[in-house]
Design a protein around this ligand. Structure first.
Ligand code: SF4
Length: 378
């Protein structure tokens, strides 16, 4: 199996998206935002290209970007203009802070491929790294440009699977870096904010990454065997190019034709909304009534043709330790104890790895579906 970071990330976020893109190989046009990202990446590559005798001027950089720009990629001229202006702004800010001669760039957009052995099979992890710089003290820096709006927390960067994979890719190509006294600096450069977040990984982090890659490969193989790739809505659905194939989105552009279904769907939404309001009102009324009953030392309120009665409800509880002592010698304790998933989950993190693995092997997953009502989805 050849797996890129994007493929792995798609599988982890939404196995169905992975299936559509990497197994069914459905070709879909790139989204405007993805095209925007490519245009910025190309412009930055052009800027740092070592083949220039002297670095391009800001004007030349913007000219290059303008030549790449195709307004027809956008749904409207307005959006095209807005995004073009943002692109120009990004490049101007970048140019002001990152004049090419400041850096000793050793490679741009270079591909890597490294093997992962799993049960006698060799799988390959592939990718393309935006940029590798050589810093002072012989330290190397891997840089990946991000063109999205979102700036993650430092802890997210520290745990970035992408950066770990890139480090494994680089050290596979240049094994001498494994022995280097200086750890590789791993950076995500958020061009919209003109900010870079960096981290470092030690050898045990990289071993963990390899283990997690093996575990993901295992899951992919299992999903292939069962042909079970669940669509899984997540925060990246807004940018997903497969929405027209996705059961969570594909009906969006086609109105419901069956009038009976349309009516039932509307009733469901209306009744659920009313139920929520009613539940809230019942809770408020209960509080007022209970307070009144307490104040007046009453247990029943009479209305014209109805009455509200507060009946005592008995709740019996036992002392767990004592019951265990009584039932365990009779081998009956397990008959009355049921597993508490929430408590097990809390306990799980504190258990040794081999015990965790034994517990994981007993896991059975059942999926039930329920209808929910939400504001409409973009
Ligand atoms: S839209 Fe969301 S749920 Fe649907 S395939 Fe894409 S990522 Fe998965």
């Amino acid at each position: 199996m050849n797996l890129s970071y994007s493929a792995l990330s798609d599988f982890l976020n939404c196995p169905y998206k992975f299936k559509l893109g990497y197994i069914d190989r459905i070709k879909v046009p790139k989204s405007p935002l993805a095209i925007f990202g490519t245009a910025i990446h190309s412009a930055l590559k052009f800027l740092h290209e070592p083949s220039h005798l002297t670095p391009p001027t800001e004007e030349e950089l913007l000219k290059f970007f303008t030549q790449q720009w195709n307004p027809e990629n956008w749904p409207s001229q307005e959006e095209a203009d807005l995004n073009f202006a943002q692109g120009v702004e990004i490049l101007k800010n970048y140019y002001a802070k990152n004049y090419p001669t400041k850096f000793n760039i050793v490679n741009l957009e270079f591909p890597f491929r490294f093997p992962i052995e799993y049960r006698g099979e060799t799988h390959y992890i592939t990718g393309r790294i935006d940029r590798v710089d050589k810093l002072e003290n012989d330290q190397f820096e891997i840089i990946d440009y991000k063109t999205g709006q979102r700036m993650p927390a430092q802890s997210e960067v520290d745990h970035s699977l992408q950066l770990s994979i890139y480090q494994l890719g680089v050290t596979n190509l240049w094994p001498f870096l494994k022995e280097s006294a200086q750890p590789i600096k791993l950076s995500l450069f958020f061009v919209r904010h003109n900010l870079k977040l960096s981290t470092k990984k030690n050898s045990s982090d990289l071993e963990e990454t390899k283990e997690s890659l093996i575990s993901t490969i295992e899951k992919i193989k299992e999903a292939q065997k069962l042909n079970k790739f669940e669509p899984t809505p997540n925060r990246l659905c807004d940018y997903c190019n497969f929405r027209q194939y996705c059961p969570y989105f594909r009906q969006k552009e086609k109105p419901i034709e069956d009038q009976k279904v349309k009516q039932a769907a509307q009733d469901f939404v209306d009744l659920k909304t009313k139920k929520k309001e009613i539940d809230k009102k019942i809770a408020q009324a209960r509080e007022i009534i209970e307070k009144y009953l307490d104040q007046k030392n009453l247990e029943r309120l009479f209305l014209e043709n109805k009455a509200i009665t507060r009946l005592p409800q008995k709740k019996i509880s036992y002392d767990e330790e004592t019951i265990r002592e009584i039932l365990q010698p009779l081998s009956k304790w397990t008959n009355v104890v049921s597993l508490n998933n929430k408590k097990l989950k809390e306990l799980f993190e504190t258990l040794p790895l081999d015990v965790q693995q034994k517990i994981e092997q007993t896991q059975k997953e059942t999926i039930s579906k329920r209808l929910t009502v939400s504001p409409t989805v973009k």
